[in-house]
Design a protein around this ligand. Structure first.
Ligand SMILES: Cc1cc2nc3c(=O)[nH]c(=O)nc-3n(C[C@H](O)[C@H](O)[C@H](O)COP(=O)(O)OP(=O)(O)OC[C@H]3O[C@@H](n4cnc5c(N)ncnc54)[C@H](O)[C@@H]3O)c2cc1C
Length: 397
């Protein structure tokens, strides 16, 4: 490990590894250091299908060391503070590393304790409370779905932004489909309690998704926020935003998408905006106050849906602008807000939503993506994971 890098990357997740690989694929690569504490890297988009029993969770996990690109130094430590005025970062070990350019790619914070009572029951056998939102709890989802023979299944979405805006409802469609296939659908109620007013962030796809809910008898309750879990009595407490009334619902299955937000470390640093996200220009990905700092992925202030697919388009922009700076050229690369959400609507069915800052559709295929398709399900389940491990993380796309 050196004490200075041309480009220092904080976070070796989806965004950090992709940027590192692309920088090092360049003909005259800069020196690159990646600060990442974890031994493992996860392909999180697979967790939807892990939770639905399609894949074992081990398929989503690889060793971090195998994805640190050749030529980069892996600094196995944790960032503890940013010192942008002295172009350096302090690590938990007490060391300081300086940089020419800094890339912040540290993901989102999941606030599991934001729902009182959740941690008492989450993922524990027999409680019925599960979540796809971590490697540790994702198999509790499939165990819960399998055990459900009758009663009420509730799926929640918090008021905060979440990574992959469609994921809270994907697992609901899969559970409903599973119940139908098992001949149990008539014995179960399926309810989607969404704290947000909107069913989906891109209006173009909303009628299709709401129509699926209506056809399949899913009870959609917008502006209904999970505020507490009473595990002892299998009850979930919700606040209805329109009336401010509290409603208590009993459950047999409760899939929780927990509230999320910016990392405390970023919020409390000079890099954060008022909300706590790394404050970058939405097109250049350059920090609005510090010229040599870039951010992308879930930790950034980019006003688009937080997905790995978005990072696939953000990374080349950040890399091109950093390399242009280093060459003394104008940095003109611009990101258009592209993001994609493969909304799995059942086993073998998927609506591939793709949109950008305009919130208009921005589709890749020469057919109408605004309908459920088997081919798009196969893309998500089999092609995208391969493209991720062998293409994106290797800086090839
Ligand atoms: C259930 C689920 C389903 C999803 N489905 C999809 C999908 O279908 N399609 C899609 O495109 N996306 C999907 N996503 C979203 C996608 O996985 C994320 O948007 C993406 O992984 C974010 O990448 P990132 O690099 O910003 O953060 P991460 O990949 O989370 O990486 C952040 C890294 O920063 C590191 N870090 C944290 N703190 C520190 C510190 N102090 N110092 C140093 N390093 C630190 C972490 O260890 C981590 O490795 C899904 C996510 C989930 C959970």
């Amino acid at each position: 490990m050196s004490d200075h890098y041309d480009v220092l990357i904080c976070g070796g997740g989806t965004a950090g590894l992709t940027v590192a690989a692309q920088l090092l694929n360049n003909e005259t690569p800069p020196s690159v250091g990646i600060i990442e504490p974890s031994d493992k890297h996860y392909y999180q988009p697979l967790w939807t299908l892990v939770g639905a029993g399609v894949f074992p969770k081990e398929d989503s996990q690889r060793d971090e060391k195998d994805y640190i690109p050749a030529g980069a130094d892996w600094i196995k430590d944790r960032v503890s503070s940013f010192n942008p005025d002295s172009n350096s970062v302090t690590l938990e070990s007490g060391k300081t590393v300086s940089y020419g350019h800094l890339v912040v790619a540290m993901g989102i914070q999941i606030n599991w304790n934001g729902i009182p009572g959740l941690m008492d029951v989450l993922g524990k056998p027999g409680t019925g409370v599960c979540s796809n939102y971590s490697y540790e709890t994702v198999d509790s989802t499939w165990n819960t779905i399998r055990a459900l023979k009758s009663g009420r299944a509730i799926f929640t979405e918090p008021i905060t932004g979440v990574k992959c805006g469609g994921a809270p409802q994907k697992i609901m469609y899969l559970t409903e489909d599973h119940l139908r296939k098992q001949g149990l659908r008539d014995r179960c109620e399926v309810i989607f309690c969404n704290a947000k007013a909107k069913h989906f962030s891109c209006d173009h796809y909303t009628p299709t998704l709401l129509n699926i809910c209506e056809t399949r008898g899913i009870d959609v309750r917008p502006q209904t926020e999970l505020i507490e879990i009473r595990g002892g009595s299998n009850e979930a407490v919700f606040r209805k935003h329109e009336t401010n009334e509290e409603v208590v619902l009993s459950y047999d299955m409760l899939h929780v998408t927990p509230p999320m937000g910016p990392l405390d470390l970023i919020k409390d640093s000079p890099l954060g905006n008022d909300a706590g996200w790394v404050d970058v220009d939405q097109h250049s990905l350059r920090h609005v106050r510090y010229d040599n700092i870039f951010a992308l992925g879930d930790c950034s202030s980019l006003p688009t849906s937080k997905t790995g697919a978005a990072i696939r388009k953000q990374a080349p922009t950040a890399v091109a602008n950093i390399l242009a700076d280093r060459a003394g050229q104008p940095a003109t690369a611009a990101y258009d807000g592209y993001t994609s959400c493969p909304v799995v609507t059942g086993y073998g069915k998927l609506v591939l939503a793709e949109f950008d800052y305009t919130k208009g559709p921005c589709e890749s295929f020469p057919f109408d993506q605004n309908k459920e398709r088997y081919s798009m399900y196969m893309l998500k389940a089999y092609a995208l994971p391969r493209m991720y491990w062998h293409g994106m993380l290797k800086g090839r796309m």
